[in-house]
Design a protein around this ligand. Sequence first.
Ligand code: KG4
Ligand code: ZN
Length: 340
Amino acid sequence: MSIIILGIESSCDDTSAAITKDNVILSNLISNQSVHKNYGGVVPELASRAHQQNIVPVVDQAITEAGIEKSDIDGIAFTQGPGLLGSLMVGSSFAKAFSLARNIPLIGVNHLQAHILAHFIKKKDQTDKKTPEFPFLCLLISGGHTQLVIVKDYLEMEVIGATIDDAAGEAFDKCGKVMGLPYPAGPSIDKESKKGDPQAFSFTRPRIKQLDYSFSGLKTAFLYFVRDKMKKDEHFIDNNFSDLCASIQYTIVDILMNKLILAARETGIKDIAVAGGVSANSHLKMKLHENAEKHSWDIYIPEFEYTTDNAAMIAITGYYKFLKKQFSSQDVIPHARMNL
Ligand code: KG4
Ligand code: ZN
């Protein structure tokens, strides 16, 4: 018998709902919030309010697009954390009410685990899609996290390295802000970099032990570099925009790749995956392919729609938890901070 899961994701500024039937995705709806555009970042209070407004219509549409009835749903999975507390509370309250009303299991999902399990989402015509084999190594790179993870099974993961300060996505976003780019700056830097010279400017790499990362020094170095240059040429950013983007992107990706290569060497694992918003970066993908050839890796990059925040990854994680009967009770609470 198939298991149908409704997944809800509301950890940050996107309200998303998805329906899965076993590991096959039937619908995945995302409602982006435009209210934050003028503020240079996500405003938590506005995000919660927009989630409250969007959640019922988004769920309704996900059910309609999946071609199912509410009564077909076997379990409801929601993002329990990490994320913005007010945003998480909208999703968790909705999920609790839905679980009570329909008398179906409630499943709290770790957002980070879900980013990694996005690799197991299949579309209807992709039932023979190749997925990573356990144990595989996953570089999880999002706006809030940068971690190297050994994935031993669907629900068994070990973090072997992590950032000690900023996340890789934050480095993109903060450097973008210095150049006047709106939040999130990662996608714009990626696009602009295609026209620039990645070697035009060089920035020193952090010296962090073993498999950990650090990005806050790079952000500060970039800020001071640009400030100094602007003292002599007030149009420095405009005159060197593509080169600045390409150089900072090159540096961030280089830092990410160096530790990934080290982790692969130390663990001997050759199934290498990336997950999270930054895995959409085109330079990173190119470097992954280059290294796959060099080190005989099998690489796994999620499809674009499953890299940034989405409910399909919450639903698929809900499915694997459903199989293990890992259910939550009605007194479950969301957590702003949550480890893998
Ligand atoms: O996983 P995600 O959607 O949300 C979090 O859980 O944080 O990641 C969002 C992050 C942002 O920092 C955004 O700038 C970055 O992913 N990002 C990118 C690209 N697309 C999204 N960074 C670099 N290149 C991209 N193409
Ligand atoms: Zn995320």
